[in-house]
Design a protein around this ligand. Structure first.
Ligand code: C2E
Ligand code: MG
Ligand code: MG
Length: 559
């Protein structure tokens, strides 16, 4: 049949306009877009077959869909066209004529060819969009979502006001490079994938709960609040099978940061930042593999940055103050010694050591602070002696980070001797250690100080691992029994008391003096006396005192 050129032109324009909005072969708008040309060219059915490659085509392995349908088709009269893309996809179009209509003319067949070509271009473009989306939102190696998808998904949930239903988790597989070394990269990826798949089994709605790869062995997940405990347990350790035939498994553990997202959250970056932050703290901790984000954690992170940035300058400006906490003899309540404890005066704030010492201990910065403290204590003692005051022994804390310093003993002696302080006025407090290497260093330093008439004390005794070996092998002058032994433990009220009694008895038999820390009440004092321990340090007598107030205590000593 003869085509009207003007009518064909207009219909074609219309087709092109509508096709612009079609997103793929299975888009219902595709049918509407073809409608005009379809009726003009008397088409009843367009069937498309998609083959990944020409080889798949020859094997007959492809996907089929109906693009267009309008009335009854004459299955005998079919126009067929095959197209192949630059990436070797093969698309075959079968266009059937309407039943009971005259055959297509030459001119009409030309138009069918144009139509098939155009469908190929448009649907190809839709596939490119799909592919681009895939590259944008998926991790190509593991074939799971990536961080960009996580952001998109959380932004959507925020827009729908549903973000408050979710908890996010940032996690990091522990020692996964060892796994890769052991089984090879490809196997390693399979194990990682199995681990993620198992994690998905904890979820109930994979449309909304998901695990995304940030990179390497780092992931970020989002799930309903009620699955948090299960996810936490899963990440603490899960056996993944390496080889089902010989039933070998491997234990995968992860450090994790969690964030219970509040409904008011308005930004996906906040979520990513907070879980990442919580996980970075979890990685630092030896005791906990999971950390929940809260405002205190934010305070901790801010402290870390502040301490690291301000410490060198603060040390130079002498912003660190020595506070002295009295040690008391319980038979006459006299001052018999003191412990030097550090405080940071920063602007108008007095910052307690718990907020900066653990941070300084992560670098060697703590060593500088310990020597600063020792130096200031010696300076004070020298001054008191020169003023003719009665002086007590002052103990100074030394962090374990000093071990490894070959000159430690020399440095301590030089500092004390620089101020001409008699050695009997100084005691060094050291905490228990866990490793053999530092045990050797500890031993050297305790013997060395002993040889120079400087006393040594084991701090926080009873909280470490190797307490008994430590007292047996080293010549300590003092055991400082940790304050936790004074706690009345509800589940075992007698346990702490029994242990305290025996530690005191043991140290007496070994000829080592003992003192109890954290003595807060008259009850505590009574208990110590009953157990023949007559040295105490704690809030019951005095808190750590600024230097001028401690000087008053020294004054009373003279009276
Ligand atoms: P530590 O050496 O075991 O010091 C005793 C801690 O117990 C002090 O905390 C003290 O204020 C606290 N305390 C004393 N009596 C009581 C009490 O009756 N009840 C309770 N609940 N606590 C009591 P502080 O001053 O906050 O120091 C904490 C830790 O920081 C110290 O524990 C020590 O490990 C470390 N530290 C302080 N100054 C220095 C320093 O100059 N160098 C090093 N390396 N560590 C230091
Ligand atoms: Mg101490
Ligand atoms: Mg202590």
């Amino acid at each position: 049949m003869e085509l009207n050129a003007v009518q064909y032109g207009e219909t074609l324009d219309n087709f092109l306009m509508k096709m612009e909005k079609v997103s793929g072969d299975d888009d219902p708008d595709c049918q509407a877009a073809i409608q005009g040309l379809g009726s003009l060219l008397r088409i009843a059915l367009i069937r498309v077959t998609f083959y990944m490659t020409p080889e798949k085509e020859s094997q007959g392995i492809g996907e089929e869909c109906i693009l267009y349908r309008d009335g009854a088709a004459d299955m005998q009269r079919c126009y067929q066209q095959r197209e192949i893309s630059s990436s070797r996809n093969v698309v075959v179009y079968h266009i059937y004529q309407k039943a009971d209509e005259p055959d297509w003319s030459r001119q009409e067949k030309d138009k069918l060819q144009v139509l098939a070509k155009m469908l190929f271009v448009y649907n190809g473009r839709a596939r490119i969009t799909e592919m681009a989306q895939y590259l944008l939102y998926y991790d190509r190696e593991l074939k799971i979502y990536n961080l960009t998808y996580f952001r998109k998904h959380t932004d959507e949930m925020i827009a729908k006001n549903r973000i408050g239903e979710f908890t996010a988790c940032h996690f990091d597989l522990n020692h996964f490079s060892n796994v890769n070394q052991q089984v090879g990269m490809e196997r390693g990826n399979q194990i990682m994938f199995s681990f993620i798949r198992r994690l998905y089994e904890l979820f109930t709605n994979p449309e909304e709960e998901m695990v995304c790869r940030v990179g390497g062995d780092v992931f970020i997940a989002i799930f309903y609040h009620r699955h948090t405990d299960a996810v936490k347990r899963f990440l603490e350790g899960t056996e993944i099978s390496i080889d089902t035939s010989i039933r070998t498994t491997i234990l995968i553990t992860a450090s994790a940061g969690f964030y219970t997202i509040p409904p008011a959250c308005r930004n996906s970056s906040d979520i990513v930042d907070r879980v990442t932050m919580a996980n970075s703290v979890a990685k630092e901790l030896v005791t906990e593999s999971a950390v929940f984000y809260n405002e205190e954690l934010l305070q901790h992170i801010n402290d870390v940055t502040m301490v690291q940035n301000l410490f060198p300058d603060a040390l130079k400006k002498e912003e660190f103050l020595v506070y002295y906490q009295p040690k008391v003899y319980l038979k006459n309540y006299e001052l018999i010694g003191a412990e030097a404890l550090c405080r940071w005066q920063h602007k108008d704030e007095i910052i307690p050591p718990g907020r900066f010492i653990p941070i300084l201990e992560q670098s060697k910065a703590i060593c500088a602070l310990d020597f600063y403290m020792l130096d200031h204590v010696c300076r004070d003692i020298r001054k008191w002696l020169d003023e003719g005051r009665k002086v007590v022994k002052v103990s100074v804390n030394l962090s374990r980070c000093h071990f490894g310093n070959m000159n430690l003993l020399r440095d301590i002696l030089d500092t004390i001797d620089k101020h001409h302080v008699p050695h009997q006025y100084i005691e060094i407090e050291l905490t228990e250690t866990t490793t053999d290497v530092s045990f050797k260093d500890l031993k050297d330093i305790v013997f060395g100080l002993q040889a120079h008439g400087i006393s040594t004390a084991v701090d926080d005794f009873g909280t470490g691992y190797s307490s008994l070996n430590l007292v047996r092998e080293l010549p300590w002058n003092m055991i400082k029994i940790d304050k936790s032994f004074l706690e009345t433990n509800e589940s075992a009220p007698q346990q702490n008391r029994v242990m305290l009694k025996h530690i005191i008895a043991m140290s007496q038999e070994m000829g080592i003096t003992s003192i109890v820390e954290g003595v807060e009440t008259i009850e505590h004092v009574k208990m110590l006396k009953e157990n023949n321990c007559f040295l105490a340090q704690g809030f019951c007598f005095d808190r750590p005192l600024p230097k001028n107030i401690f000087e008053n205590r020294l004054e009373q000593l003279m009276a």
